[in-house]
Design a protein around this ligand. Structure first.
Ligand code: ATP
Length: 240
């Protein structure tokens, strides 16, 4: 198993009076795609937001390549090479696709080679480069959201439900983009409810319930064990 690029150790996060994360322990091995699975409302999004510093852990350690970032400001976490794709996409509707991308590049101007690679992965972003992001289709907005995280090479991507509500052809485009990222050596922590996508992309799996990780292992093991899927998530990956 490769060294972890990210480890959470005993992370507790409160939102208002709610104890949402209740001692999350998880690791993301370098160069792997780690799926974060679990029923609705168990704390997957809160886990990503806590890593990114949008919510602050009350307790616990968040180690990025061994450095504790639990108290690090979010912009510094981004500059340390963590890209975040939020569930609500986080794009600026009134700005053009280009302006959205320029704002997402945290270390300097956009590298033209990187931009051309993104155009090859998501061709509509080239077509609509000067258009307002608010006028894009739902799938194109999701492409822009992922492209914003990809505009600079990151060590770790935190991606929240990138295929939610999308048509199958666009889901394939997303899956291809994530595979290309991985092929470049990036590590990815991915929340994904579409199990055929999860199965196709995931190397490792962490399953959450009630604010904790209740199972971790290899995707091949979970995908091949219907009883385990049922026990962990009340769902079957069979036939997905
Ligand atoms: N801003 C908030 N205020 C109050 N409660 C919140 C807030 N954000 C999340 N929660 C609660 O925290 C719990 C975990 O939410 P979270 O979004 O992390 O779950 P999730 O596993 O990502 O779920 P889903 O799959 O539905 O997105 C839920 O009970 C949710 O209602």
């Amino acid at each position: 198993m490769p060294e972890p690029i990210l480890s959470l150790e005993g992370v507790f996060t409160d939102i208002a009076q709610y104890h949402v994360l209740q001692g999350v322990d998880l690791t993301v091995p370098a160069g792997e795609v780690t799926m974060l699975l679990g029923r609705n409302g168990v704390g997957k999004t809160t886990t990503l937001k806590t890593v990114m510093g949008h919510w602050r852990a009350r307790e616990g350690r968040i180690l990025l390549d061994g450095t504790d970032i639990a108290r690090t400001p979010t912009p510094d976490i981004a500059r340390m090479g963590v890209g975040y794709v939020p569930e609500d996409m986080g794009i600026f509707a009134n700005l053009s696709v280009e302006e959205n991308m320029v704002l997402a590049a945290v270390t300097g101007p956009i590298d033209p080679a990187r931009r051309d690679w993104i155009f090859s992965v998501f061709p509509p972003l080239k077509t609509f480069w000067s258009s307002a992001a608010g006028n894009l289709s739902g799938g194109q907005k999701q492409m822009l959201s992922i492209a914003r995280a990809m505009i600079e090479e990151r060590r770790l991507y935190l991606i929240d439900e990138p295929t939610k509500g999308l048509a199958p052809a666009i889901i394939s485009t997303m899956a291809r983009a994530l595979r290309e990222l991985k092929a470049q050596g990036a590590s990815i922590l991915l929340v994904e409810q579409n199990f055929s996508v999860a199965k196709a992309l995931g190397d490792g799996v962490q399953v959450m319930d009630d604010g904790r990780v209740i199972w971790s292992g290899r995707m091949a093991e979970l995908a091949g064990d219907a009883a385990l899927q049922e026990r962990l998530m009340g769902l079957s990956l069979e036939g997905a």
